[in-house]
Design a protein around this ligand. Structure first.
Ligand SMILES: NC(=O)c1ccc[n+]([C@@H]2O[C@H](COP(=O)([O-])OP(=O)(O)OC[C@H]3O[C@@H](n4cnc5c(N)ncnc54)[C@H](O)[C@@H]3O)[C@@H](O)[C@H]2O)c1
Length: 334
């Protein structure tokens, strides 16, 4: 019997998750969708064989729905995740778990009260083959201890006038999560530098250069460049005691034309992380079916990512190094 999934919010991400769950992930079917845009919901329902609901809270409680995917806009995540917890159903929520620390805290409290981990957060880079290979090298001890991690996160362009803080809460938040996951430790302080603005910057400081400090003293630098102009690119190089390990630039194909050889850079994150999204959903569905914990980021990871991002925004606004103080980690997330 496949896991029956309801998807709330079927825009770019939710529409793609619904497609993958209906057609590419094994052991799942999409039975219900909801979006405040009924036309969009109708299209995705027709393409996946799902029913289009007119009330998201009814969708969550529907007995035909075993598990929920939340991919609506950021400020709406909390209410749907809390509803899934109230119905004791597994929920995979796109990042961020909630855009504010208080909202993440309410989700943590509800899950701890329930006493079972049902919340996953869509930090899909944990399923990217490149990052996993990087972690395997580090964990295998081949290059010794991590000393520095250099990260680059570039978009072709971002929405005109988007506030600089969104470069941290929407983009650098992926580096925040992947750094914690790779290093297996918390970040404790952050400084944000603001270089001269790029020519494509529209009403916002772009790019940003963030420097995080980890508990053991690793430095993690992150360039976030929203209007880099040429495409979407993510890079990472981990520098360790006896060597370095870095992501190779996918895709593994080269374009030969017009007297030259070129690697094609994807236009956005969907091309770069297509396989990671599929693997993430596959792991989540398998764990829901088996009643085991998935390898996805937990509600705790979602809370920490939001907390670190918010402190990063404070560092940007004040121009000062900011230190972090996390709430006490509940035993549920040990
Ligand atoms: N993991 C990633 O790599 C990644 C990438 C992009 C976006 N995201 C996250 O995914 C989520 C969706 O982003 P997107 O790019 O698909 O945006 P989008 O605007 O394309 O889609 C959002 C959808 O949510 C719907 N919506 C808004 N309010 C709603 C509500 N109250 N109830 C139900 N539906 C509602 C909108 O109508 C829209 O269809 C966001 O939280 C975003 O931060 C994650």
């Amino acid at each position: 019997m496949p896991v029956r999934i309801g998807v709330i919010g079927v825009g770019v991400m939710g529409g793609e998750h619904a497609r993958l769950l209906a057609h590419e992930v094994s052991g799942s079917e999409v039975v219900a969708v909801f979006d405040v845009d009924p036309q969009r919901a109708g299209q995705v329902a027709a393409a996946t064989g799902a029913r289009s609901h007119d009330d998201p809270m009814v969708l969550v409680k529907d007995e035909q729905v075993d598990a929920v995917v939340v991919a609506s806009s950021d400020p709406t995540h909390e209410q749907f995740v809390l509803a899934a917890l109230a119905a004791a159903k597994p929920v995979l929520c796109e990042k961020p778990l909630a855009p504010d620390v208080a909202g993440c805290g309410r989700i943590l409290d509800a899950e701890v009260e329930l006493g079972r981990r049902l919340v996953s957060v869509g930090f899909m880079r944990r399923y990217d083959q490149g990052y996993r290979a990087l972690k395997d090298v580090l964990d295998g001890g081949r290059v010794g201890r991590a000393v520095m991690l250099h990260c680059t996160h570039r978009n072709a362009s971002i929405a005109p006038g988007l506030d600089s803080s969104a470069l941290i809460s929407g983009s650098a938040v992926h580096e925040i999560d992947i750094a914690r996951w790779l290093l297996d430790e918390e970040l404790t302080a952050v400084t944000v530098h603001t270089p001269r603005r790029g020519a494509g910057a529209t009403g916002t400081q772009d790019p940003l250069f963030l420097v995080f400090e980890s508990a053991s003293g690793v430095l993690v630098d992150v360039e976030v460049f929203g209007n880099a102009g040429y495409g979407y690119e993510v890079r990472a190089e981990l520098v360790a005691d006896h060597g370095t390990v870095s992501l190779d630039s996918p895709p593994p194909t080269a374009l030969r034309s017009d007297g030259g050889v070129a690697r094609v850079v994807p236009a956005d994150w969907r091309g770069r992380f297509a396989e990671a999204y599929r693997r993430e959903l596959q792991d989540w569905v398998a764990s829901v079916e088996a009643g085991t914990l998935p390898g996805t980021a937990s509600a705790w990871d979602g809370y920490v990512a939001t907390e670190v991002a918010q402190v990063g925004i404070r560092a940007l606004e004040t121009g000062q190094r900011q230190t972090l103080e996390l709430r006490e980690k509940p035993a549920l997330y040990a």
